[in-house]
Write a protein that binds this ligand. Sequence first.
Ligand code: UTP
Length: 298
Amino acid sequence: MTENRQITKAVIPAAGLGTRFLPATKAMPKEMLPVVDRPAIQYVVAEAVRAGLQDVLMITGRSKRALEDHFDRVPGLEASLAAKGDDEKLALVNEATALGDIHFVRQIDPQGLGHAVLCAKRHVGDEAFAVLLGDDLIGEQESLLEEMMKVQIATGGSVVALMEVEPESISAYGCADVTEIDGEDYVKVNGLVEKPAPEDAPSNLAIIGRYVLSPKVFEVLEQTGPGRGGEIQLTDALETLAQDTTPGGGVYAVKFTGRRYDTGDKLSYLKAVVELACAREDLGSGLKPWLKEFAKEL
Ligand code: UTP
């Protein structure tokens, strides 16, 4: 039974091809694109650690070295900064290394998000676990993951995060059909469909890149064949789990209304950089007046 166990593990898939961000992602994973001055993936790992998930497994693919190196020590650089007494920069260099216990596994062939999650089976074992997509940023002030973990512990099922989108945009996302539950602030998921055409979508509720899953998802993923785009889709496995009434089955959802950016999408990435930079103490005071002036010329 998973109900009384604490959730301790986070899985971060970061092995996708990142084709929406070409040519920048030709030789570099999109998760390494800088959002202000940190790679996107560092915000995601920090979010997992803030939620108490110290054990992080990253699923990497091609160009994995940049990801691994970013979370590794750099003795030469550290020694040089220490010799100069530059403690501020030394702290920045050590920030990613100090975050938590980070493990890596390679998804040899990027066969889809479901396949990437299945690569975590051996590391995760028979425990509920969180999945955070490496290119999806959630505002630092949000407590979405903590809320989702509570719902997983209360229900024993799997939990997705949903956001309302414009009906015509739903075809870019997984989409959920849900029912409210009396007295609860989470909802029951009746069914899920990956990237439906707007006219076939059961709602305008889009699945975003945070999940807290029952380990039963691994059994289901092993039986899930290629779906949309020829990829093994996590949404398809969750659709099977949504219909499963045995222990560990069932899918629930938390509706999210806060700030979220898809850094794998060029426009959303630009918005993330501007918003985060404006909110920064060291950059906001310089950027905001310039931005106001610039906006007048648009
Ligand atoms: P995306 O669909 O955003 O990734 O997958 P992608 O395939 O890299 O994107 P585009 O459309 O080509 O730009 C969501 C998450 O799942 C990971 C991605 O790295 C991203 O974090 N993923 C996707 C994998 O780890 N493996 C895969 O086979 C596919």
